[in-house]
Design a protein around this ligand. Structure first.
Ligand code: CP3
Length: 319
């Protein structure tokens, strides 16, 4: 995930001329950025270049990316009226540029690699819409969740519908697999996850079940809720680096595939430590079918690209 980005000089060069949103909204540029890692790295799949927050805008939630600070929402959700005023939209119109990028990328890839599309799970999207940006404790999000549960559930139903429809449109446009990011859901314990999140995330996977493409379900810091993530859905469960892969797989259930889980910080170096940690992940996977080697989260901007190249080569040689 996040295999394109600021650690690549060719990405930084484009970002000097275009904003992140311009890259996302221009199919030719999104295609170019999607292909940058494909050209440089021995990867087994391409991931659509876009951002998780794009569907918020056609709902009426305006945002921008502030350099060095991440996303900033102009009009965060504060009241029940804000939730009831969210707009419905057809992603085939409002996000047509993303779907056009998918078609262009597939022409360029010409079947050499599969393409992964993605969208946000309700908790993570709701947290941005409510907090207005990144949060450490999700205080406003949880205040709505615990304080006005009916409104929380209405919001999550809407977000689940948006993501299910958006991912369906991505599949129609030609992606070969989809990943649902619930990046920040590790902020919840299992009981609250079950009550406030699971039914909504499950709705997305239920809709996708008939699509015929594999689905991946990922969150960070989810060691305490892996069985619940599995229950919500996903052919593959993404694991971060905090839980050893074999323990995590046991908790997910070995009849389900897993993806992970090298700590992205190890890619900063030294490389002997990175290779040893990759060996450890592979040893814990023990050659069992259904393991996708991946990082436990996105690549950091200060990562030397040579280390990413060396890691991908190394894992291919060892498997
Ligand atoms: O690998 C790829 O090519 C796909 C790229 C991708 C981006 N966003 C582009 C991006 C993906 C998969 C995402 C998903 C995304 N966006 C998530 C879920 C994944 C995760 O990391 O858990 C989330 C939470 C977001 C929201 C978001 N977008 C944040 C919090 C930030 C700021 C973080 C930072 O590193 O500055 C972004 C900005 C963003 N989206 C960047 C990229 C490459 C960094 C941007 C830049 O060029 O300024």
């Amino acid at each position: 995930m996040r295999q394109a980005g600021r650690y690549m000089s060719e990405y930084r060069a484009l970002r000097e001329r275009y904003s992140l949103l311009e890259l996302c909204r221009t199919p030719e540029l999104a295609t170019e950025v999607t292909l940058q890692p494909v050209r440089r790295l021995e990867i087994d799949a391409a991931i659509l270049f876009s951002d998780l927050l794009l569907p918020l805008e056609p709902m009426g939630i305006r945002f921008d990316f502030i350099r060095g600070e991440g996303p900033a929402i102009e009009n965060p959700i504060q009241t029940e009226a804000d939730i009831d005023g969210l707009r419905r939209f057809n992603p085939r119109d409002a996000l047509a540029h993303v779907l056009e990028a998918i078609r262009q990328i597939q022409i360029e890839l010409a079947g050499r690699l599969p393409l992964i599309g993605f969208g946000g799970a309700p908790f993570t999207l709701a947290s941005y819409a409510i907090e207005g940006g990144h949060s450490n404790n999700f205080a406003k999000t949880k205040a709505l969740m615990y304080g006005v549960p009916a409104a929380w559930h209405r919001l999550c139903e809407r977000l689940a519908d948006v993501t299910a429809d958006y991912l369906t449109a991505q599949i129609e446009a030609g992606v070969d697999a989809v990943q649902v990011f619930d990046s920040w859901v590790g902020a919840l314990n299992a009981r609250d996850y079950r009550e406030f999140v699971l039914p909504h995330t499950r709705r997305i996977f239920d809709v996708l079940a008939t699509s015929g493409v594999p689905t991946i379900h990922f969150g960070v810091g989810t060691g305490a809720i892996l069985p619940e993530l599995r229950e919500a859905g996903g052919d593959v469960i993404g694991i971060d680096w905090r839980t050893p892969l074999d323990d995590a797989w046991e908790r997910v259930g070995t009849d389900r595939a897993v993806q992970g889980n090298l700590d992205p910080t190890l890619l900063l170096g030294p490389t002997d430590r990175m290779f040893a940690a990759a060996d450890d992940v592979l040893a814990r996977a023990a050659g069992r079918p259904g393991h996708i080697f991946n990082l436990g989260h996105g690549i950091l901007p200060s990562t030397p690209v040579e280390h990413v190249q060396a890691l991908a080569r190394y894992v291919h040689r060892r498997t």
